[in-house]
Design a protein around this ligand. Structure first.
Ligand code: MFK
Length: 172
C-alpha cells in the first residue's frame, strides 16, 4: 500500500482506540502523511479530562503512541511499541485544536526510534520518543483474525525486511 504525501492514513483497524472509526470510546484520530511521518489534529473534551479542564496524560500518550503506529503504515513496517517516553512540557487544554506529528528518526535491525509532538497554537505541550520493534504477522494473527480490511490491507502488504533487517525506506 503506497500512501502519498498529504493522503489519509487508513485506521490500523476499525476498532483501534486511537484511530478506529467504530470505537465509541476512541479518539478517532485521522492522520495524513507528512513526509515519512504523519500529522493529525485532535480536540480533546471532558471524556479525556484528568485535572479540571486539562487532558489526562495517559490519553495524550496514547494519542502519540497511535501516531507512531501511523508512521508504521507509511513505512510499511509491522512493529509494536516496546518503550514509550513522554515529556509533558505544558498542560494540554481541553477544547483546543491540537496538532500532533510523528516521524521515525532512525532504524536499525528490528528497531525503529520514533519522535512525536503535540502543539497548541505552535507551542509544544508534549514531546514523546518511542522504541518500536518489528514483529512478524503472527504477533497479531495469533490473537485475532487480521485478514480483513483495513488491518489486513496494509499489514498483508507490509514490506519484507531488507537483508540488513531494516526494511524501512528513508530511515536508518
Ligand atoms: C503494526 C500495527 C500496529 C497497530 C497498532 C498501533 C498502536 C500503537 C502501538 C501500540 O500500542 S503496540 C501495543 C503495545 N506494545 C506491546 O504490546 C508490545 C509487547 N511486547 C512485545 O510483544 C515484545 O516485548 C516485543 C515484540 C516488543 C519484543 O520482544 P521480542 O522477543 O520480539 O524481541 P527482544 O526482546 O529480543 O527485543 C528485540 C530488541 O529490542 C530491544 N528491546 C525490547 N524491548 C525493549 C524495551 N522495552 N526497551 C529497550 N529495548 C528493548 C531488545 O533489547 C533487543 O535489542 P537487540 O536486538 O539490540 O538485542
Amino acid at each position: 500500500m503506497t500512501i502519498r504525501e498529504g493522503q489519509s492514513i487508513p485506521p490500523h483497524q476499525d476498532n483501534c482506540f486511537g484511530c478506529g472509526p467504530r470505537n465509541p470510546a476512541g479518539l478517532h484520530l485521522r492522520m495524513q502523511r507528512n513526509g515519512m511521518g504523519v500529522v493529525a489534529d485532535l480536540v480533546l473534551d471532558e471524556r479525556h479530562e484528568g485535572a479540571p479542564g486539562l487532558a489526562h496524560g495517559g490519553v495524550v500518550a496514547a494519542a502519540l503512541d497511535d501516531l507512531f503506529g501511523g508512521v508504521l503504515v507509511v513505512l510499511g513496517v509491522p512493529a509494536v511499541t516496546a518503550n514509550l517516553s513522554v515529556d509533558y512540557r505544558a498542560p494540554v487544554r481541553l477544547g483546543r485544536t491540537l496538532t500532533l506529528s510523528a516521524t521515525c528518526t532512525r532504524s536499525a535491525g528490528r528497531k525503529l526510534w520514533m519522535h512525536g509532538t503535540v502543539t497548541d497554537a505552535n507551542a509544544i505541550t508534549t514531546e514523546a520518543t518511542a522504541l518500536f520493534v518489528r514483529v512478524g504477522l503472527e504477533h497479531f494473527s495469533s490473537h485475532a483474525d487480521v485478514a480483513g480490511p483495513p488491518f489486513g490491507d496494509w499489514i498483508g502488504q507490509a514490506r519484507t525486511p531488507s537483508p540488513d533487517g531494516s526494511g524501512a525506506s528513508g530511515v536508518r
